[in-house]
Ligand binder design. Structure first.
Ligand code: FDP
Length: 339
């Protein structure tokens, strides 16, 4: 029965096929799982205890920090520091690399995470998520960590995934061998395989975008939107618009039903020409997952997984989802460039 397989069992089965596997990767995942359970417990208490609202701080992105954001960040940093598999880590909430404290064992993996994505929705009880992305350092273990060890293109990810704190708590991830979803069974306290080998439909019927920014978009982007809103000869009715404004939730729904999530660049803020979403802790992990599920992710013209980050918190436009829908976006941008 596939439902009885835990994440650890699943990883161990796969590690058997990787001769160099040392078990450290599994330890890293075990700490991610434990962090997810702790964060889930706290998220589900929101409203009952004083975890809602702001801390009063502003994070590296210039956004107000929510209490649950800060809690999730602390849990992940504390747990992952102790897994013995990491050379360093980074968080959407911290400006710089987070080093492993002296005295704790280290390893060759680097993890970057967004502790609680979609957190502007927390107070309204909307589903939110944790996103993670794992790389292996390139320089030798004993040497000083270089920027090139963590500023790697998404295609070099060893694993990526998210935890969705929704109507149930789910962990969806890939290690480069397809995508699997595990649902937390509260009665046994384990994530059990519930969605083996997830495949995104080749074409969807949903588009997800914040259309409130309509007047800030350029002509090619308006053309892209016009495409999804139009009925055509091949598709008799327009796509449906579904936008939660919580990336993990919007992405997950489109992964299951088919569709496209769009966060184009806009001219709202000259300091943010690349849109809002972060390449390393949002776009690249979602791109790895979607490609492993048969979909695509681009920034309009380039494949997200081919972009080498220049810094940890780089932003990038994102079009991610069903293959034919993303290809259509690429085609429209390419046509406008040529014109
Ligand atoms: P949030 O600010 O609530 O954390 O990148 C963060 C994110 O949410 C994504 O989860 C979400 O897709 C996007 O921002 C929503 O942005 P808009 O409010 O600009 O639509």
């Amino acid at each position: 029965m596939s439902q009885q397989i835990t994440v650890t069992e699943h990883l161990l089965l796969h590690q058997k096929q990787v001769p160099m596997a040392t078990g450290r990767f599994t330890r890293l995942f075990n700490e991610l799982i434990l962090s997810a359970k702790i964060i889930h417990r706290e998220v589900s208490k929101a409203g009952l205890v004083d975890v809602l609202g702001f801390t009063g701080d502003i994070n590296v992105q210039g956004e107000e920090v929510k209490k649950l954001d800060e809690f999730a960040n602390r849990v992940l940093i504390h747990r992952l520091s102790r897994c013995g598999a990491l050379c360093a880590m980074a968080s959407e909430e911290n400006a710089d690399i987070i080093e492993i404290p002296d005295g704790l064992p280290t390893g060759d993996y680097f993890v970057i995470f967004d502790p609680l994505d979609g957190s502007s929705n927390i107070d309204a009880n909307v589903s939110i998520g944790t996103i993670f992305s794992i790389y292996r350092r390139k320089s030798p273990s004993e040497s000083r960590l270089l920027a090139s060890d963590y500023l790697q293109k998404g295609a070099d990810q060893v694993a990526a995934g998210y935890i969705l704190y929704g109507s149930s708590c789910m962990m969806v991830f890939t290690t480069g061998d397809g995508v699997n979803g595990f649902t937390l069974d509260p009665s046994v306290g384990e994530f059990l395989l519930s969605h083996p080998n997830i495949r995104i439909p080749e074409q969807g019927s949903i588009y997800s975008v914040n259309e409130g920014y309509y007047h800030y978009w350029d002509k090619p982007t308006l053309d892209v939107l016009a495409h999804f809103k139009a009925a055509s000869m091949t598709r008799k009715k327009p796509y449906s618009l579904r936008y939660i404004g919580s990336l993990v939730s919007d992405f997950h729904r489109n992964l299951v039903y088919g569709g496209i999530f769009l966060y184009p660049s806009d001219n709202r803020d000259p300091n943010k020409p690349g849109g809002k979403l972060r390449l390393m802790c949002e776009a690249a992990p979602m791109a790895f997952i979607v490609e492993q599920a048969g979909g695509l992710a681009i920034d309009g013209t380039r494949r997200i997984l081919d972009i080498v980050p220049e810094h940890l918190h780089q932003r990038v436009p994102l079009f991610v989802g069903s293959k034919l829908d993303v290809e259509k976006v690429q085609e429209i941008y390419a046509a406008t460039k040529q014109a």
